[in-house]
Design a protein around this ligand. Structure first.
Ligand code: FDA
Length: 300
């Protein structure tokens, strides 16, 4: 993101939340579980799967971590009772990773246990680099305890990712591959668009060749084409991997992927803690930030 865009998005954070919310709704289902159910049902009717995320991260008390656990459990019950084509995405800092790793493990275990009883699946999102090692360690620990209905995320901008992928291939992990959204220092993260793309393609090939199930999470046409080619090269059928996209981004591309007969999963966040997630999305698309200011200036 260039300096001007950076400034525009930073300035948005000075605006009243009520204004920001109108634009944030482009990227989230709403604040309530019912909003997510409605949206996911609609996506399912158009042959798209979903992954539901209860918005929130970096809780500071174990009481909040327990509250997040109850919310995640409620999502799994709701997916089951409404027969939705959806799984659950979670962020470990929402369940106490930075407060008490043992409590976090127990919270996640209760969620994954329930998901297993419903034959459902839980994806652990990847957060900023301060949590990369602890997130992967938690994933390994859960796999070691016999849970195989979980997956993890690898960020192609991280220089360490090839090493991480080697370990994950050894575990035949289910991996969502994305570029990465947090701002990281150059010593640990690629910065240039071409470097990130090249690393993405390299990691994608390592994962597919190694027999991992991959969620190709991108809206970048270049990478989507690369994924089609990699899947063909490694002899993968349409059901052996899936594309994943964020709600509110490039619905044109979603439709094309589905029309081609490939699996497509949409990331559907909902909940009261929509603010940090929406600001990250605005950073990817400063044009929306421009709309927010236009709305403030014109009063519409
Ligand atoms: P890029 O940013 O180059 O976007 C390609 C094109 O898509 C753009 O040219 C534009 O047209 C469109 N686009 C992208 N973002 C947009 C936006 N916000 N609004 C409108 N148009 C937009 N990251 C992370 O660090 N940890 C995680 O766990 C996840 N999880 C995750 C799940 C899923 C399903 C997806 C799709 C993405 C993530 N990400 C993530 C985010 C990811 O790292 C990355 O920031 C975004 O996907 C944007 O990168 P692209 O690969 O889409 O490329």
């Amino acid at each position: 993101m260039n300096l001007l865009n950076n400034t525009v998005v930073s300035a948005i954070q000075l605006l009243p939340k009520s204004i920001v919310k109108r634009f944030a709704l482009r990227y989230i289902a709403g604040e309530k579980m019912e909003d997510a159910v409605k949206l996911v049902s609609n996506l399912n009717s158009r042959r798209m799967l979903a992954t539901i995320d209860v918005l929130g991260e970096n809780v500071t008390t174990l009481a909040e971590a327990s509250e997040s656990t109850r919310a995640a459990v409620n999502v799994l019950h709701t997916i089951n009772s409404n027969k939705l084509g959806a799984n659950l995405s979670i962020k470990l800092t929402q369940f106490g990773l930075n407060i008490d790793k043992h409590a976090c493990y127990e919270n996640i275990r209760s969620i994954i246990d329930l998901a297993r009883s419903y034959r459902n699946f839980v994806r652990i999102d990847m957060e900023d680099s301060s949590t990369t090692s602890s997130t992967l360690e938690m994933y390994e620990r859960l796999r070691g305890a016999g849970y195989d209905n979980i997956g993890v995320v690898i960020q192609a901008y991280m220089r360490r990712s090839a090493q991480d992928v080697k370990r994950l291939v050894g575990m035949k992990a289910s991996v969502r591959l994305c570029k990465g959204i947090y701002i990281e220092p150059e010593e640990i993260a690629f910065k240039r668009r071409d470097e990130i793309r090249n690393n993405y393609v390299e990691l994608l090939n390592m994962l597919m060749e190694g027999g991992c199930r991959v969620g190709v999470a991108t809206h970048d046409d270049v990478l989507i084409d690369a994924a089609y080619k990699a899947a063909e090269r490694h002899g993968l059928g349409r059901s052996d991997f899936e594309f994943q996209m964020l709600y509110g981004v490039r619905s044109d591309l979603r439709d094309k992927i589905v029309a081609r007969g490939n699996l497509l999963r949409v990331y559907v966040p909902f909940g009261e803690h929509w603010y940090p997630y929406s600001i990250r999305r605005f950073k990817e698309n400063p044009q929306v930030a421009g709309y927010v200011f236009k709305s403030v200036l014109t009063g519409r």
